[in-house]
Design a protein around this ligand. Structure first.
Ligand code: FAD
Length: 481
């Protein structure tokens, strides 16, 4: 970190060191720019590394091991009940984060990116004041805003470390394992963190505001997950919301409205995971020409330019898919555009993954989206009960589906639910980006026995020549429909 009270100049100032920010900073440095990265945290990584993707996946990995060990009993191998050393789990999770954050610091140094800890506030379109920092001001030619997002709350609820009402950050700290936990939300953070706490022994009650979970995914993909969560959670209630929360000494009294009885219940803790808000306030954006929309997202074009010619923005703060890989891709685009390259954020597929057990992954057009737009499509499905690899892992509940343009055979979208879906979606993304047809995937040899064969077969079903599913009446028809 840079020490000393002074104003400095930088060709490019990157504000925020999350995946959007460090990807932008590194790309710009590789393109020869003099880059300064300002971040509130002592080390780069952002929400993703310190309070999001990585720690949640570390904990989900442990949950998966425990679930697998328990499940092995049905296949003839019995382990004793796991004993949980919460302190050791925390240490391990934090060690993973630290190792990655140190790696990023090292990459900053090796690339000549100057890392400064501080909170940036724009004073004009070419100058920032730094608070809580040893450097007071930075003048720049260009800036990239990568300030990310923070957990949304419920009305009258404030997240504090000493409170029993947690956001995802506090939940990841694993202060204790509450006997009873109310999880409010239906998105991936609610389901992933609820799964972690259930695996560690909490009695988890999930309340979902609408009539289904993971609303961005097709409903058929969520069915196996719903069934599994009904087993591992104490209860799930749809069309239910929190009306009020009253903290007591050892519990929280929650009054709920909707499909839950009784409507007033006590929980040891609550996790509120109802979405995220952009960090676009308290940044001095009013001193620039950057415009934000009604929900606080910074407006950008496909080259990540804001309405201020000197300032670009990427990642969660610009909205859209609030995912780390989307932020990184946008960060690289912004750096390249600043360096004079004709780059743009022009992708056909942003993969989304829910790392629950089973996992759900999808990309491109969903069936529901296509139907609501009245777009002609053909959908084929390959149930995993026909997959040797799925059965050898005792995971027959999975499903792979593809959405095709019926005229051109082009793949428009892919969805997977089941074990290791995270790996399967990569082929789908490549297929969509390359404009692949059913024939391309069907003619690509998929190793046997692997779950990837389900992607080959689902394309073959479209062509009426699947090995494991009987053909029906011609292309697009099969007995698995
Ligand atoms: P952030 O990662 O939010 O980084 C922004 C940074 O800017 C922060 O470090 C902040 O300290 C800094 N900052 C803010 N204001 C200032 C300022 N004024 N001055 C200096 N610095 C400032 N995404 C996935 O793709 N996969 C996942 O599995 C996944 N899991 C998640 C799990 C959880 C529990 C959560 C909460 C999120 C998860 N996400 C996941 C989302 C992912 O973390 C975000 O999409 C991603 O971090 C966004 O990157 P970003 O660079 O836009 O912003």
């Amino acid at each position: 970190m840079v020490m000393g009270e002074f104003t400095q100049e930088s060709e490019l100032l990157v504000v925020g060191g999350g995946p959007g920010g460090y990807a932008a900073a590194f790309r710009a440095a590789d393109l020869g720019w003099d880059v300064t990265l300002v971040e509130r945290d002592p080390k780069p990584g952002g929400v993703c590394l310190h309070r999001g993707c990585i720690p949640s996946k570390s904990l989900l990995h442990l949950s998966e091991i425990m679930a697998d060990a328990e499940h092995a009993a049905s296949m003839g191998v019995t382990f004793s009940k796991p004993s949980i050393d919460l302190e050791r789990i925390r240490e391990w999770k934090n060690a993973v984060n630290d190792r990655l954050a140190d790696g990023l610091l090292d990459l900053c140094e090796k690339r000549g990116v100057q890392y400064i800890q501080g909170r940036a506030v724009f004073e004009s379109s070419d100058q920032c004041r730094l608070l809580e920092s040893e450097v007071s001001r930075i003048k720049f030619k260009h800036a990239i805003l990568c300030t990310g997002s923070r957990p949304s709350s419920l009305p009258h609820v404030k997240f504090r470390e000493e409170s029993r009402v947690m956001d995802s950050t506090l939940a990841l700290n694993l202060q204790d394992i509450p006997e009873s936990l109310l999880v409010v939300g239906a998105g991936y953070v609610a389901l992933e963190m609820g799964s972690v706490y259930a695996a560690l022994g909490s009695k988890v009650t999930l309340i979902v505001h609408r009539d289904r979970m993971v609303r961005a995914a097709d409903p058929d993909l969520t069915v196996p997950l719903k069934r599994k969560l009904e087993e591992v959670f104490h209860s799930i209630h749809y069309n239910t919301k929190v009306a009020s929360v009253k903290e007591q000494k050892d519990s929280v009294e929650v009054t709920m409205e909707g499909e839950i009885e009784p409507s007033k219940q006590l929980f040891e803790r609550i996790l509120v995971a109802v979405g995220r808000d952009p960090n676009s306030n308290d940044l001095g954006l009013e001193n620039t020409r950057v415009k934000i929309n009604k929900r606080g997202y910074v407006q950008v074009d496909e080259q990540q330019r804001t309405t201020d010619p000197k300032i670009f923005a990427v990642g969660d703060v610009v909205g859209g898919y609030m995912l780390a890989h989307k932020a990184m891709h946008e960060g690289k685009v912004a750096a390249e555009v600043i360096a004079g390259q004709p780059s743009a954020f022009d992708v056909r597929a942003i993969p989304a993954i829910v790392y629950t057990n089973p996992q759900i992954a999808w990309c491109g057009l969903t069936e529901e989206q296509a139907r609501s737009e009245g777009r002609p499509i053909k959908v084929t499905r390959f149930p995993w009960k026909f997959s040797g690899r799925a059965l050898s892992m005792d995971a027959p509940q999975g499903l792979t589906k593809m959405i095709f343009d019926p005229d051109t055979q082009r793949i428009l979208g892919v969805g997977v639910v089941g074990r290791q879906s995270e790996g399967l979606i990569a082929e789908a993304v490549l297929a969509l980006e390359m404009g692949a047809l059913a024939e391309d995937v069907a003619l690509s040899i998929h190793a046997h026995p692997t779950l990837s064969e389900t992607e080959g077969e689902v394309a073959e079903i479209f062509l009426g020549r699947s090995t494991h599913v009987l053909p029906k009446k011609g292309p697009g028809q099969s007995s698995a429909d």
